[in-house]
Design a protein around this ligand. Structure first.
Ligand SMILES: [Zn+2]
Ligand SMILES: [Zn+2]
Length: 113
């Protein structure tokens, strides 16, 4: 069996006994490593597809993404919170809207499939 050289694209999986491992989703690749040994290992970002080294944060994700993708997201969220202080009624309203929107999205998906 020929070994193909590639950067593993790791996905996290937790077993019922509580131990978590990363395994490579690549074709013909059976690479698997315990999450406690995978810090700093090279993997492919699930968002941008670029290789990066696993950080303590990305170790906790089922589909790890790189620092660049993470920073972008979190700064957006922080801005949202700053411009609009959250109130309880507002959250309820937003949840209702989201639920409605999600239902519509599901319907669209069903049609397309
Ligand atoms: Zn692999
Ligand atoms: Zn990325």
């Amino acid at each position: 069996m020929a070994e193909t050289k590639h950067v593993h694209k790791l996905r996290r999986r937790r077993y019922q006994n509580g131990t978590a491992v990363f395994f490579c989703v690549g074709d013909d690749c059976t690479f698997k490593i315990g999450t406690e040994f995978s810090l700093g290992k090279k993997t492919i970002c699930w968002r941008c597809g670029e290789p990066f080294n696993l950080t303590p944060y990305s170790l906790t994700l089922a589909k790890p993404h790189c620092e660049a993708c993470h920073k972008h997201k979190s700064s957006e969220t922080i801005q949202e919170i700053r411009t609009e202080p959250l109130r309880l009624e507002k959250i309820d309203e937003t949840l209702e809207e989201l639920r409605e929107r999600a239902e519509k999205l599901v319907r669209v998906d069903e049609i397309e499939l």
